[in-house]
Design a protein around this ligand. Sequence first.
Ligand SMILES: Cc1cc2nc3c(=O)[nH]c(=O)nc-3n(C[C@H](O)[C@H](O)[C@H](O)COP(=O)(O)O)c2cc1C
Length: 206
Amino acid sequence: MPFVFFIWYQHQGQGKLIEITCMKGIIIYSGKYGATKQYAEWLGEELALPVTTSDSINGNLLQEYDFLLLGSSVYIGKMKIKKWLKKNLSFIIGKKLFLFQVAGAPPEEKEKRETYNRASIPGEILNSIESFFLPGRMIMKNLSWGDRFLLKIGARLSKDSKEKKSMLTDYDGVNKASIAVIAAGIKSYLRRKTIGESQYTETVQP
Ligand SMILES: Cc1cc2nc3c(=O)[nH]c(=O)nc-3n(C[C@H](O)[C@H](O)[C@H](O)COP(=O)(O)O)c2cc1C
């Protein structure tokens, strides 16, 4: 539950009651090789929000937050945070939810990125979650043996020669500038939520 308090102020002969709502939020992320973690940390600094991995937070701890900024990378068409979302669904339903998805597919390929959302986010929250797509990073020599193997199989099965090549080629699209749109979206939400003018106004005698 957000913490609410009121401020009474006078302006040009009118007294107004201003309602201030303190929204408590947290960044919860799930990643593997550091790209999602890096974005979560940048966003944490920019928005002055605590940052944690999905493995370190569960139902009871979630109850104290009003909004969540979730972050996840994508592996074989699904977001890493998928299981966590399913397990904690009853605790996150009703909260304001933002999500940043980090993947190899370019953020402009919205349809593809939305497919990853649909494959990973429970139907109950799919339409209410506000999503953002961020460019990822993949450096072959840093991957586990298993992940390199999966990529090689994927590339072998792919019929598209361009895709085949790109699946096995290093890229690093991680950049701080791309968090700006997320930070602006959350700041605007908080501005709208934080200050509300109460119905109560009164003419003040001079
Ligand atoms: C085995 C493997 C499978 C992947 N599958 C996909 C995929 O299906 N779609 C995609 O866009 N990116 C895919 N990626 C790219 C990752 O999402 C990308 O490298 C991301 O930045 C990883 O972020 P992380 O370091 O936070 O885990 C895959 C990468 C690996 C290693």
